[in-house]
Write a protein that binds this ligand. Sequence first.
Ligand SMILES: N[C@@H](CCC(=O)N[C@@H](CS)C(=O)NCC(=O)O)C(=O)O
Length: 230
Amino acid sequence: MTITFYDLAHDNGRRISPYGWRVRMALAHKGLDYDLVPIGFTDKDKLAFSGQTLVPVIIDGSKTIPDSWAIACHLEDAYPDRPSLFNGDAARSVTRLVANWVNSTVNPAMIKLIVGDIYKVCRPVDQAYFLETREKRFGMPLEKYVDQSDAQIERFRAILTPARLTLQDQPYLSGEAAGYADYCLFGSFQWARCGSPLKLLATDDPVHAWRARLLESFDGMPGKAMGFEA
Ligand SMILES: N[C@@H](CCC(=O)N[C@@H](CS)C(=O)NCC(=O)O)C(=O)O
């Protein structure tokens, strides 16, 4: 039975959700087909069946699963014969740490850099909602919150130190091959690449080379997604 995947997507084809990208990469890793249902910021009524308002959500057979971590765990457990996302229970637990590091530390530094550009590529019908909810969350006007200064880029790059040190010695966060830990961080870079022209990484950064490898994965699927140059 084909999986149905509800992801934040605009009618211009942009896929601007870091968590949606995690799921998209996980489905590709498992080699699973799916039907995509694009959800715009103001299309939330289409998610009512899931009992909450956020994407990503998948329906797989009789199961409705919101939340990217829960979806990754479901795919791993329901499709054990497909390539593993975690490679074992201990690695799954450590991957949770990576997911939480990205959620709590990388994404807040990244959003300060890119949210103004993301507003510009939102569908016109979603822009008022996006502005209102983000300004409420940040407690200030968007233009005051956004910071694309060199100092903020340096702060962002410094936050990536644990990934950089790891990727100096191995090609992927998960080791010799990419796994869900990689998709957690890479999902955020896809969020940025699909929504903002800002150059976040120096070209000699091992994180830059790692991102380039992942952009080419799955026959170049992530690199072909509508976005800006990496
Ligand atoms: N913890 C959730 C977070 C999901 C989330 O924050 N989704 C955002 C898109 S990145 C969303 O649906 N936002 C809708 C809105 O802001 O109205 C996960 O990992 O799936």
